[in-house]
Design a protein around this ligand. Structure first.
Ligand code: FE2
Length: 159
């Protein structure tokens, strides 16, 4: 084998090894087959009247009073899914975040062992200048290790 053929073969072998290594790493991190399109952006419910099983178990459900008073604490409960998402070492919710509009308010991280259910309760106080229009949007986000980032929102009135 001449030098040129040897180098060409060495490059092909190293590229093939790199591709195989990447594929093996993906299988290690995702022991089950995943839909990669779920990891390309933020997932939301497409039609609230006809939720898919994936939407029912992943879209954050926000429970909050319809109207709150400025300066008074109120409770915001965020559940992951209408049917609570499973929590275990292979498939779990990594975190739940709450935002007041686009401003991050807080976050709770979960571990994969599954001791906790994917539900979070936040106590929130909004100042009177939080909503000039009298309306505030609460945003909840969660990340599932196999199904990506999901977002839900709800509008409340600030009196
Ligand atoms: Fe999931």
């Amino acid at each position: 084998m001449d030098r040129r053929s040897f180098l060409k073969e060495a490059v092909i072998v190293s590229v093939a090894a790199g591709v195989a290594g990447t594929a093996m790493a993906a299988e290690r991190y995702f022991p089950t087959k995943v839909d990669q399109s779920l990891f390309e952006g933020i997932n939301r419910v497409k039609d609230a009247g006809q939720k898919s099983p994936l939407e029912k178990s992943h879209a954050p459900v926000i429970t909050v009073p319809a109207t709150v008073k400025a300066g008074e604490p109120f409770t915001v409960e965020v559940s992951i899914g209408e049917v609570l998402h499973p929590m275990g070492p292979v498939h779990w919710i990594e975190y739940i975040e709450l935002g007041i509009g686009n401003e991050p308010a807080g976050r709770i991280d979960f571990q994969p062992r599954g001791y906790l259910k994917p539900k979070a309760v936040f106590t929130v106080v909004l100042p009177s200048d939080a909503a000039a229009s009298g309306k505030v949007t609460l945003l909840a986000r969660q990340r599932c290790n196999l199904h990506g980032l999901w977002e839900g929102s709800i509008d409340i009135a600030l009196a």
